[in-house]
Design a protein around this ligand. Structure first.
Ligand SMILES: CC(C)(COP(=O)(O)OP(=O)(O)OC[C@H]1O[C@@H](n2cnc3c(N)ncnc32)[C@H](O)[C@@H]1OP(=O)(O)O)[C@@H](O)C(=O)NCCC(=O)NCCS
Length: 279
């Protein structure tokens, strides 16, 4: 069976080129026990607004890729049943193809080391609206008042930034505006007044060193609640390299590349900034 057989599915997930051939190979034989188990785990979460991705230390990446491929149509139907447009559903699920392409840059081969991240999309509560992705979840427990039952905890939108060209303030404004309308319309019983972001981009060191950048302007929208050590995130998102080995071989062409490496050269540690903004 070729990629053509699955052109509709691969179009939905934006799976292209050699990745489409590899995915077609996975779909050419019936799913085995482990794929069916992974699909059952995805089915259990669909429509339940989970905050965390599925984590399984001994899971095979290929099993999860196949399970995600086979399960995606159920998520698409789930979105459409809620009245969400095919375009928004497809834009949201297209992260699968992007992550497969990124995996090739990181590891030089077919794979999906971010399969856990995709399990969030498959629960049906993560949407790409314009430039940004939004994850509708219950707020973390520390923001809830003591004794508040889980079902009464406030809803928040977790904001994520997919790789897709520049992050101009105008694109971010438009995306936030779209999110306000979208969630009020399709999830009126889950009103979110706050958006949160946990990212290397909110490390105050960046806004300090590159104050005129899009990244700094994005970070300044958020009130920074706290920072935690995340030594490898900035390197991963800037260079698509896992780990801190062979840093001297990485390019220093852009101002961001220089800032990321110079901080490490100076003995510093990159942080994850945790912030929030009022919607
Ligand atoms: C977030 C992102 C879209 C910002 O892109 P942008 O709008 O071009 O960023 P800025 O305008 O703030 O860039 C400032 C400088 O950093 C450079 N830069 C930005 N992102 C870069 C990247 N991923 N790799 C290398 N250089 C980068 C720009 O080229 C510019 O360099 P210059 O000053 O030498 O011209 C981009 O970094 C990206 O796609 N990152 C991957 C996704 C990600 O990190 N998501 C968050 C996960 S928690």
């Amino acid at each position: 069976m070729s990629a053509n057989t699955h052109s509709e599915l691969f179009g939905l997930l934006d799976i292209t080129g050699a990745d489409a051939d590899e995915c077609a190979r996975l779909l050419a034989t019936p799913p085995d026990e482990s794929v069916l188990r992974s699909m059952a785990a995805l089915q259990q979460r669909l429509g339940t607004f989970p905050l965390e991705s599925i984590r399984e230390d001994n899971a095979s990446e290929t099993v999860w890729i196949e399970a995600l491929l086979r399960f995606a149509p159920a998520v698409y139907s789930h979105h459409l049943e809620r009245g969400i447009s095919p375009e928004v559903s497809a834009a949201s699920l297209a992260d699968m193809g992007l992550q497969l392409r990124i995996n090739r840059r990181v590891h030089g081969r077919f794979g999906l080391d971010t399969w856990g991240w995709l399990t969030l999309h498959m629960a049906g509560n993560l949407f790409r609206l314009g430039r940004l992705q939004f994850h509708l979840v219950r707020g973390p427990e520390e923001t809830a008042q003591a004794g508040t039952p889980a079902e009464d905890q406030r809803w928040v939108l977790g904001v994520h930034i997919p790789e897709d060209g520049g992050l101009s303030p105008a694109l971010v404004d438009a995306s936030l505006a779209e999110a306000r309308l979208f969630f009020a319309r399709y999830f009126p019983d889950k009103p979110a007044a706050v958006a949160t972001c946990d990212s290397w981009m909110l490390d105050p060191y960046l806004a300090d060193r590159l104050p005129d950048s899009n990244i700094a302007s994005f970070a300044r929208r958020f009130t920074l609640d706290r920072c935690t050590d995340a030594p490898t995130d900035a390197v991963y998102f800037t260079f698509r390299q896992r780990g801190l080995q062979d840093l001297d071989r990485l390019p220093r062409d852009t101002s961001l590349q220089r800032v990321v490496l110079e901080r490490i050269d100076d003995g510093g540690t990159w942080q994850l900034g945790h912030g929030h903004l009022a919607l």
